[in-house]
Write a protein that binds this ligand. Structure first.
Ligand SMILES: *Cc1c(COP(=O)(O)O)cnc(C)c1O
Length: 397
């Protein structure tokens, strides 16, 4: 069963067949399920469970269908950044264990507690809002306490950790809270061997010991993201939190390529040529005329631009498979379109341009785009625009 998620602005009146879309992101749910199974097996090797991270619309792949596929492939937990994402999963019928960690004061704690979402606290302000919401709701909140073991982003600094764990223990005694998790996050796991990795592991063990001394007995202790899951078994603890690897991308070239870990990229971004035309030598191409045709040639218009997530930094550098060959974006990427120079080759309107995919049909990968524009594969897939339909292939009935 294939499912097309239309961008909201399109409405239902003028819905083209999937293969007739101007541009579309095909999401191979069979590949996603196989990735989840491979990661789950890797985690099981150390006795850990698997959380599939589906924040940011499942890294641009469409949250609800991807969450469903991940559950079906055995993900023990789902993870989101925001409570809104977690509540959207519940509204779509998701019922398993679910953690969300990015909270701001006044957030929807009551709704999350009511929806059986595990929440996270890095600081007494959050624990205070959680206990207040739990009391008001007459229900025990499930809380993961987050330690800053060196990332310097979220999490509680070591200086405040003893007090935070003691306050959480007091809330447990009162019945408003159950500390189900103690967790942290790596800064440099995508650079295997980086000295901060061992330092963070030691700090995490210290934080766990402090929590135990406070009388906490969490169900899951977790710190591993995708790179740590793939390269650092001693960091698995009870649960690994994998995001980018679920979508078949490697966290970084230093970690390896997806195939090294039995992973396959899930998203293929395809467009259909809107125009193919002959132009004379010396013709400027696209805004600013940063490309000029070196001779009489054929130009092809690819109807996808930065509004669709094609980075403007890919101007003059982004790779795309058209008419059987890798081409490079000629001149600037515009909001809705860019041009490629086909040289002496032929193509026709409606022919396919593949921006990226798994790479085994000769197309570039998201990693190739990341290299071309100086970013990471994560950003390439996550920034695909809201007006690009996600076509979910191979959904299980
Ligand atoms: C995004 C995120 C992850 C997943 O990271 P990947 O490198 O994509 O596996 C895990 N934990 C937290 C806290 C995150 O924000």
């Amino acid at each position: 069963m294939d499912v097309v998620s239309e961008p909201s602005a399109t409405g239902t009146a003028a819905r083209p067949r999937p293969e007739a879309h101007r541009v579309r992101a095909e999401i191979d749910l069979a590949a996603l399920r196989a990735n989840v199974r491979a990661l789950r097996e890797r985690a099981a090797g150390t006795g850990a469970g698997l959380m599939a991270v589906v924040k940011a619309d499942a890294y641009g792949h469409g949250m609800v269908p991807c969450a469903r596929a991940a559950r079906r492939a055995g993900a023990d937990w789902l993870g989101t950044a925001t409570p809104e994402e977690a509540l959207a999963l519940r509204a779509a019928g998701d019922r398993g264990r679910l953690l969300c960690w990015l909270w701001t004061p006044g957030g929807p704690w009551r709704e999350a507690i009511e929806a059986d979402v595990d929440v996270s606290a890095s600081d007494p302000w959050a624990l205070g809002e959680i206990t207040a919401a739990a009391r008001a709701r007459g229900r025990t909140a499930r809380v993961h306490l987050k330690a800053d073991t060196g990332l310097g982003r979220g999490g509680c600094q070591p200086a405040g950790w003893e007090a935070l764990t003691a306050a959480a223990r007091a809330a447990e005694a009162e019945g408003t809270v159950k500390v189900t998790g103690v967790w942290s996050h790596f800064a440099c796991a995508d650079e295997p061997g980086h000295p901060s990795i061992a330092a963070q592991l030691a700090a995490f063990r210290e934080a766990l010991a402090t929590a135990a001394r406070a009388g906490l007995d969490p169900e899951v202790r977790h710190i591993a993201n995708s790179p740590a899951t793939l390269t650092l078994p001693e960091a698995h603890f009870d649960l690994v939190r994998t995001g980018v690897s679920v979508y078949g991308l490697s966290p970084s070239p230093e970690v390896g390529v997806p195939a090294d870990f039995g992973l396959r990229p899930v998203m293929t971004l395809r467009a259909r040529l809107a125009l193919v035309k002959r132009v004379p030598a010396g013709h400027g191409v696209s805004y600013g005329h940063h490309y000029t045709t070196p001779g009489e040639t054929t130009l092809a218009l690819v109807p996808a631009g930065y509004a669709d997530g094609v980075p403007r930094h890919a101007s003059g550098g982004g790779p795309v498979l058209v008419a059987g060959k890798w081409r490079t974006v000629a001149g600037r990427v515009a909001m809705d379109q860019f041009v490629v120079d086909l040289g002496g080759d032929a193509a026709a309107e409606g022919d396919e341009a593949v921006l990226f995919g798994p790479g085994d049909a000769g197309e570039p990968t998201a990693e190739d785009w990341a290299r071309a524009v100086g970013t990471i594969g994560y950003e390439i897939v996550t920034r695909i625009g809201a007006r690009v339909p996600r076509v979910h292939l191979n959904a299980e009935a």
